[in-house]
Ligand binder design. Sequence first.
Ligand code: DSN
Length: 445
Amino acid sequence: MDKKVFELIAAEKQRQSEGLELIPSENYVSREVLEAMGSELTNKYSEGYPNFEGLDGDDDEVLATTTAGHRYYGGQDNTNQIERLAIARARRLFHADHANVQPHSGAQANNAVYNAWLEPGDTVLGMNLGHGGHLTHGSPVTQSAKIYNFIAYGTNTETGDIDYDELERLAREHQPKIILVGYSAFMKVPDFERVAKVGKEIPGCLLMADMAHVAGLIAGGVHPNPLDYGFHVMTTTTHKTLRGPRGGLILSKGIVGNPLRRPEHTLENIPTLIDRSVFPGTQGGPLEHVIAAKAVSFYEALQPEFHDYAAKIVENAKALAAALKERGFKLIGDGTENHLILVNVVDSYGIDGKKFERALDKIGLTLNANSIPNDTRKPFEPSGVRLGTPAITTRGLGVDEMVQIAEWMKKAAEVCAGERDESELATMREEVRELALRFPLPSEK
Ligand code: DSN
């Protein structure tokens, strides 16, 4: 046995169990999701796709259709049905005509959509990374920024919301082939209707929403779904609020065709253009063990309890935001409408985000240092921290615990600012451990 690796896995499980996860893009998966990921499906190659017929009904109806599919290797009876279940459940969950469950990550999902719709040099309008966008939305350090022409819109510093006037002006001026909505550090609900309206004015403009952060809120019915507002494509990761395995997913509206045949390059054909772009365009063999775990997490998200979970994430985030404000923390956007909070710690306590992140690590509260809009500090030591409630809500923490977390954060900030003794961190570490152990990980139950 490889003791070293298994000891480290055990140590990581202990770290998760004895601390509280506040990184808004992380979560704790169920035992069933873990088991699917750790299954013999990892042994199987299955390039290509299953058959897409008969995916409209419930799980039994989906399984009743047994066809060969479009795979390049033999032995696909089980992988075909697992991938069909994943696709059918994802379609149901997000009101999509099609789902590609093969992207290995959110970045792969976004790149596959770009590759499906764009030619080199085409223009994409996306959110500025420094205002809450994602690296794959045009940051110059990415491969896609070398291929396509990204134009950035931003947020309004007063309100923290998207500067929709600027977005509309840039869209009309640059006539992008893709308008991209969706963010990694944004605490408002986007006005999809307004963005779709300007997108429809532009010939051949694909409306794309990267909903990685809020996919679980959409699935739980507490956040609008861009596909209900005229968007053509929604990408997401499956491991954030959606609480599945680490991976990517692409939902789309349009005609679902045979992935072995190249369709005409029209918005209507975007599902098939995307399938061909994922495989063979940008990926090889799909990870069927992860696809099985995605299917399990979609099953969980289709249960009525998932709505309560999603609603509770937002309730906890609003309670945590209020408790932080009461303790002198300055929040970008003055609060939150979703699962995420962005704090300007320089303005709050005169400390940088990295210093605060490290102090909180010492007491078992995990979050990440993050740039704030128009940050003048370097990305590694930015002015802010970003935190959220998806993971702690999974463990069962509620509004009372949000107040306690805000109190620990205030004391830790005061230690960083030199107003309290460093030894208080050790006391707080014990308090956090004691609280965390009262709320076991779902995989420990
Ligand atoms: N790294 C993710 C996040 O934390 O938001 C985005 O991909």
